[in-house]
Write a protein that binds this ligand. Structure first.
Ligand code: ZN
Length: 285
């Protein structure tokens, strides 16, 4: 994909460097107990030197969660995903520019970058459950490490595969703004036996909406050879369980849950891609 390096998006919320959101057993900043704290305090007083800074902790940093709105991005020299952050920032703004033109009253979603785990209006999430969109705060959440998984575990490499994942989540945002998500959740509550089928249709529609954006990138000559195949590869490879979580279930029963077949997902992505028209994304008809 042809994109602009160095891109900075006003809608990216970088929470990757955050302390105090660690899960037990996770690596992170240095943790000290009360004994350690007293020892460091004693050493600092005796030697008149700040021993806390020597071991990389401040007296107040023992696992206190900070407010979830501040940018805690890593210093540029220490960011292992510097270019990837620029890429997702570019794709985020590009998808949302397209939807601003297509949809009256479009309001941009935020993209939250996190490491390992994150707190959202939809609850606490682990990176292992993949990127997701939360309608409660209208934010997309992604641990950039997911892209390595996408490439290696799901066998879907390439920058357009990465872009596709984001465009799919923005598709869920479009569904929220247009009121489709609310309608579907209501229908699911009324007809539990239909809940799974409706979830699949939501997912396929998000694929189609990602395709609508992809159509626009093709028109603007942003695509390179192999990009569409990469996007289709991602459509086929990635399943997500966001809708069930949105609909209030605490866990997913893998027996009953399906995201639509790889073929269906590619077919709907292709439909958006070929037409560039969201009206062709009626997966509920
Ligand atoms: Zn989805």
């Amino acid at each position: 994909m042809r994109w602009t390096r160095g891109h900075v998006s006003a809608n990216v919320e970088d929470r990757r460097g955050r302390r105090g959101m660690r899960m037990p057993g996770r690596r992170g900043g240095t943790q000290i107990g009360c004994g350690g704290f007293l020892m460091l305090l004693l050493l600092s007083v005796v030697f008149k030197q700040d021993f806390f800074s020597l071991v990389g902790v401040g007296p107040g940093s023992g696992g206190v969660a900070s407010t979830p709105t501040t940018d805690t991005s890593l210093p540029p020299g220490q960011d292992p995903h510097k270019e990837l952050k620029e890429f997702v920032s570019f794709v985020l703004d590009d998808t949302q520019d397209v939807w601003t033109q297509k949809l009256n009253g479009y309001r941009p979603a935020k993209l939250v970058l996190f490491t390992d785990s994150v707190r959202s209006a939809c609850g606490f999430a682990q990176a292992a459950s993949g990127p997701f969109y939360c309608p409660g705060d209208q934010k997309v959440y992604i641990d950039l490490g997911f892209y390595q998984e996408l490439s290696q575990r799901f066998g879907a490499p390439g920058d357009f595969a990465q872009a596709y994942v984001l465009a799919h989540e923005i598709g869920h945002h479009v569904q929220t703004l247009t009121g489709i998500s609310t309608k579907v959740r209501r229908a699911q509550a009324q007809n539990p036996s239909q809940a799974n089928d409706l979830s699949v249709r939501m997912e396929l529609q998000a694929d189609c909406l990602a395709g609508v954006w992809a159509h626009s990138t093709a028109q603007r000559n942003l695509l390179e050879r192999g990009d569409i195949e990469e996007g289709m590869g991602a459509a086929a490879a990635v399943g997500d369980d966001r809708i069930q979580r949105m609909s209030g279930k605490r866990y997913i029963n893998p027996e009953s849950f399906t995201h639509g077949s790889a073929e269906q997902r590619m077919q709907w992505f292709r439909r958006g891609l070929d037409s560039g028209n969201a009206d062709n994304c009626d997966t509920f008809g």
